[in-house]
Design a protein around this ligand. Structure first.
Ligand code: AMP
Length: 143
């Protein structure tokens, strides 16, 4: 299944914040939107970082709640791994498992156009497995 198709089904909305946001604002977005990672963009809308709940927990456990007043720029991951609309589910699973990341922003022509999480991947895999099982049942029943 192509990423384009996945996004057509789940939507292209991405919760993103500016690199000038504070960690407190970033944590606010993670909490309010009930998401595991927020994409960080620069002034022209290009992806320049990602901050996941793991980053927040890791840095707060080391440095305490004082980090909340710092800029998100200081704590986000800057080398963001992204994928394009042309990629497929298999590519994404490979990237997520080898890189140990659970979120992949989708970038097309330099523009952020969606995000795929490990939850989306699992959902699609279950749907595909169910479809396959149904086709097999019909094939067997048809004799
Ligand atoms: P996650 O699995 O999304 O909670 O992220 C685990 C770690 O990988 C955190 O340090 C994130 O900032 C980082 N991370 C998450 N997604 C990406 C991504 N697409 N590219 C680069 N780093 C990422």
């Amino acid at each position: 299944m192509k990423i384009q198709h996945m996004l057509d089904q789940k939507g292209h909305d991405v919760h993103a914040i500016s690199r000038r946001s504070t960690m407190e604002q970033a944590v606010g977005v993670l909490g309010e939107k009930n998401i595991g990672a927020v994409v960080v963009t620069d002034d022209d809308g290009a992806v320049c970082g990602i901050l996941s709940e793991r980053d927040v927990v890791r840095h707060m456990s080391r440095s305490g709640a004082g980090i909340l007043s710092s800029s998100v720029d200081e704590y986000m991951t800057k080398n963001v791994v992204t994928c394009g609309l042309d990629g497929d589910l298999q590519d994404i699973m490979q990237i997520m498992s080898t890189r140990r990341i659970r979120h992949l922003p989708v970038v097309e022509d330099g523009k952020l156009t969606g995000i795929v999480s490990i939850g989306d991947v699992v959902k699609r895999k279950i749907e595909l497995a169910e479809k396959e099982a149904e086709s097999l049942k019909q094939y067997i029943a048809a004799g």
